[in-house]
Design a protein. Structure first.
Length: 478
């Protein structure tokens, strides 16, 4: 008789939580929209989407209008007329939700400000004077009772004066746009910000919104910027190729940390920027997209394929791992890209109106680790940081929240695999006795439509946590 097959491997980890605290942990969770002609009817098609969006309690929802979502001019033409209908079909509902304070990213200039009436070409306005005037009118429209174009009547946001826009982002991913370099971007920033501030001196500004390992722009920006800076932003995706393995995708997360650390180090060279926070205003597994003819934007010789890891159990391991790591590095916001979309990107299915698993991951991160709540990191030891992430947090009321993420890969070639079973022992003896405990689990068994809820567990230490593949568990002890 042949011997029985060996048992499947298990990722084992021992986590010991100490009763001493480290740095503050304060990461605001949020989400994003990209108003354009292909998605502006989202709230018209799914009016009920406002409820799950509001339930996320997102901080400063990000709005990135592009193409016909740019309200002046028409992409590809020299038109200079104004039309807010595409932009406001998304913006007006968002203004009325959550903190009523979205971040409006001026992602592009109007098409007529580029040499070929196309935002993929270079600027024809060397001093950015016209771009600054356009930005001023956006501030007037949303915050100051409107403006009247040279040919036309008063244009004013329907939400004014109840809801306004405080945070303004200056351009999107400039390192891959319009022949800008770090010096020219800083010149643009220095031109737009004072002009906008002269219209409304209460507004705040988000700079850079970097992608694609462009942290080397920060030293130049820090050296040359003269205008107000309230936030510096970066974008992090783990892949631009659906063929990358799970192991490759997980391995990119430490790079997010080193990038954030480099950004903070560069900002510190300018005393005026030393306390400026870093926000991650775009984050997801894969940045690739369909070019419109079925091709991959990142891989020209490949067809585009949805990366299902953006909404599968893989995401339930990956996003909490990212959340923990970037929060430890000092990032102050983590934005999902994007709220409506396909299985690669969307928290909300923009075809059938169903919630995806990724929604519940972000929902519970926001619930268990609320922003501005005074949470502190608890010092801890983790015997298996290569496969398991552990984030223990102390609340101001003495309760403790511990995030456990299982990102153990079963096979090196897995792509949206199931992951290994992880068995984690969590020793909380140093924290003293607790009267109650609960565990919330999000994994492959979690219903995307209803999500998960905490269940009571024993307070006896050590607490045994088993995750049967990719996923996360959040313990709450009080």
């Amino acid at each position: 008789m042949p011997p029985p097959p060996p048992p499947p491997p298990v990722a084992n980890a021992s986590v010991t939580v100490q009763n001493t605290t480290g740095a503050a942990f304060d990461v605001a969770m949020s989400t994003s929209f990209q108003p354009a002609e292909w998605d502006y009817k989202f709230f018209q098609n799914f009016p009920g989407a406002t409820t799950p969006l509001a339930n996320l309690q997102p901080n400063h929802i990000r709005l990135q209008g592009i193409s016909q979502g740019v309200p002046q001019g028409s992409e590809g033409t020299s038109s200079q007329g104004w039309d807010f209908s595409v932009l406001d079909a998304i913006t007006q509902p968002v203004l009325g939700l959550g903190d009523h304070s979205p971040q409006f990213q001026i992602a592009k200039a109007p098409a007529f400000l580029y040499t070929n009436n196309d935002s993929s070409s270079s600027f024809n306005d060397p001093n950015f004077t016209q771009f600054a005037a356009y930005a001023q009118n956006l501030v007037r429209y949303y915050n100051k009772g409107g403006f009247t174009p040279s040919a036309g009547s008063l244009l004013v946001s329907p939400a004014y004066p109840t809801d306004k826009i405080t945070y303004w982002g200056i351009y999107n991913e400039p390192s891959i746009n319009n022949n800008l370099d770090a010096t020219r971007y800083t010149q643009m920033y220095n031109a737009l910000v004072p002009a906008m501030h002269s219209v409304d001196n209460s507004i705040k500004f988000v700079a850079l919104e970097m992608c694609c390992s462009s942290e080397n722009w920060v030293p130049v920006f820090a050296n040359k910027v003269t205008a107000q800076v309230d936030v510096v932003a970066a974008h992090y995706y783990s892949s631009c190729n659906q063929r990358d393995s799970d192991a490759q995708v997980f391995s990119t997360v430490p790079g997010f940390v080193s990038s954030i650390q480099n950004i903070y180090g560069s900002l510190a060279t300018n005393p005026a920027l030393a306390n400026v926070p870093v926000w991650i205003t775009e984050n997801n597994v894969n940045a690739d997209f369909n070019t419109g003819n079925g091709g991959s934007a990142c891989n020209p010789n490949q067809p585009f394929v949805d990366d299902m890891r953006g909404s599968s159990a893989f995401f339930a391991a990956w996003r909490p791992y990212v959340f923990s790591q970037v929060g430890r590095a000092g990032a102050k916001a983590l934005y999902h890209w994007a709220f409506p979309g396909d299985a690669q990107f969307g928290e909300y299915n923009d075809t059938n109106g169903q919630i995806r698993l990724s929604y519940w991951v972000d929902y519970w991160l926001g619930q268990m680790f609320p922003v501005n709540s005074g949470q502190l990191l608890l010092n801890s030891n983790n015997s298996n940081t290569a496969q398991v992430e552990a984030l223990p947090i102390l609340n101001t009321d003495g309760s403790v929240v511990i995030l456990i993420s299982n990102h153990a890969v079963a096979n090196a070639a897995d792509n949206n695999g199931s992951g290994l079973t992880a068995k984690i022992s969590v020793d909380v003896n140093a924290l003293g006795p607790f009267s109650s405990a609960s565990q919330l689990t999000i994994d492959s068994t979690t219903s995307a439509s209803t999500g998960s809820n905490p269940v009571s567990i024993s307070t006896a230490s050590p607490i045994a946590v088993t995750l049967s593949g990719y996923g996360t568990a959040i313990l709450k002890l009080q």
